[in-house]
Design a binder for this molecule. Structure first.
Ligand SMILES: [Zn+2]
Length: 158
């Protein structure tokens, strides 16, 4: 029996690694670190309690997939919203500073509007044209180092 290096209690001590430092602690304190196998003193520490943030996101683009998409029925949404406001295609074109032919193409689904135009349409018509897509990214070794917010991105409808 000797003193626990963490809490000072007298107990049968075990060697653990806490935040990179090895120390002998009582059974209660072993949960604060990783048990070190004393029969393999030469093995390098393969499991760390904490890892630098930069090290655990080697491929940031893996998490930046598109999470919002243009709704399939956007032509109908545009037309319905416009008619609800009592606007003609000419009216809408004037408000958006776009040609009428653009509005016609949009409502016929003949044109995939760029993001900037989608935002203008949503704002002007007070309609939602984008749909939230739920994506969950879980990397293969997530369980061994614990989940973080970066691993688990969920977008839901407001
Ligand atoms: Zn202790």
């Amino acid at each position: 029996m000797s003193d626990c290096e963490r809490c000072g209690r007298k107990a049968r001590l075990q060697l653990v690694e806490i935040e990179g430092a090895r120390m002998y602690v009582c059974p209660d304190c072993t949960r604060f670190g990783n048990l070190v196998k004393v029969d393999q003193p030469s093995s390098p520490p393969t499991t760390m309690v904490t890892r630098p943030r930069t090290e655990r996101t080697p491929k940031p683009d893996a998490l930046t997939k598109r999470t919002r998409e243009l709704a399939e029925d956007y032509p109908r949404r545009i037309q319905r919203a416009r008619e609800k406001k009592g606007w003609s295609r000419e009216d809408l074109g004037r408000k958006l500073n776009e040609r009428v032919s653009i509005i016609t193409k949009l409502e016929n689904g003949e044109m995939h509007p760029p993001d900037s135009l989608i935002k203008k349409l949503e704002r002007t018509l007070e309609v939602k044209l984008m749909e939230d897509v739920e994506e969950v990214h879980v990397t293969a070794d997530a369980g061994s180092r614990g989940m973080t917010l970066a691993d688990f991105i969920v977008y839901k409808d407001r």
